[in-house]
Design a binder for this molecule. Structure first.
Ligand code: MN
Length: 290
């Protein structure tokens, strides 16, 4: 059965990290989380002048995963586990913070000097209670390794970041079942994607507009809106407009339905665990960036 739409969420504009602008559909006053997804930030697109680009200097995380997907620009990542990487357009960095890391997410030096367009996403995915303190892990996946499926019109396409689309499986390993697709549909196209019936599912519109939801009660959504599907079916229907292409992220995951204690960069189950995270961070137990 085709899922209907529970709600269409507007993004709010906030400044993140050292002060770069993002559009955020959640967490906001209107929508706290989409279990197990804790945050969705749409960075830019923003045109930086030479020497202007802002990133996120050293900061800690514990208890969840940060997933960064870049569409334009160039960033550099360093963390206290000794991992270092550069993200180019189309690359994905899946960082499992687990028991804790300190990292920096900055514009690459050459990009900073020259300026240019920065565009991307960061998504926070929660870890279940029994995995919050697993050792940190870092999966850096270059664009050419992300599977891409060309649809029957020859130009519409789906990039499979996590989970699977039709018969194509992602290369990134996830801790819990996650579907993460980047979909570009030319005008007049239609996709039906199976979604496990107890998983939460949403579509975030990057550009253009499309039609979503069950037959006869489809709703349209456009750039900067988040379509939250009801949990009343095992597939979702996505269409571009008759005259308009649409580009979107489709996300789904199995909710944990666990208690959440959240403070800034730490997401745990109890307040005591948050206090412990602060202590461990202050005592240097999450390491240092060398
Ligand atoms: Mn971070």
């Amino acid at each position: 059965m085709n899922r209907s739409i529970e709600k269409i969420i507007q993004t709010i504009k906030v400044l993140e990290g050292g002060g770069f602008p993002v559009r955020r559909p959640f967490p906001t006053d209107e929508l706290d989380q989409v279990d197990p997804f804790l945050l969705l930030d749409h960075l830019g697109p923003i045109e930086w002048g030479p020497g202007e680009a802002i990133g996120a200097p050293d900061h800690p995380h514990r208890g969840f995963e940060t997933v960064t997907y870049l569409l334009a620009g160039e960033t550099e990542h360093k963390d206290s586990g000794g991992h270092q990487g550069r993200l180019m357009p189309g690359d994905v960095q899946w960082m499992t913070a687990g028991s804790g890391v300190i990292h920096s997410e900055m514009p690459a030096p050459s990009f900073y000097e020259q300026g240019g367009k920065m565009h991307g996403f960061q998504i926070w995915i929660n870890l279940p209670r029994d995995r919050k303190m697993i050792p940190p892990r870092y999966q850096d996946t270059p664009s050419e390794k992300i599977p891409e499926v060309l649809l029957e019109d020859g130009t519409s396409k789906v990039r499979v970041i996590a989970g699977e689309f039709q018969t194509t499986r992602a290369v990134i390993e996830t801790n819990t079942p996650i579907l993460y697709l980047h979909i570009k549909l030319q005008a007049g196209m239609n996709i039906v994607q199976p979604v496990t019936s107890d998983h939460n599912c949403m579509a975030y519109i990057i550009e253009g507009h499309g039609l979503f939801g069950a037959e006869k009660e489809t709703q349209s959504a456009s750039e900067g809106q988040l379509v939250l599907f009801a949990r009343n079916g095992d597939e979702v229907c996505l269409s571009s407009g008759k005259d308009s292409p649409v580009e979107l992220l489709l996300l789904a995951g199995r909710p944990f339905n666990e208690e959440i204690a959240r403070y800034g960069p730490f997401v745990m189950n109890t307040r005591e665990e948050i206090l412990e995270a602060f202590q461990d961070y202050q005592q240097g137990k999450m390491g240092m960036i060398s």
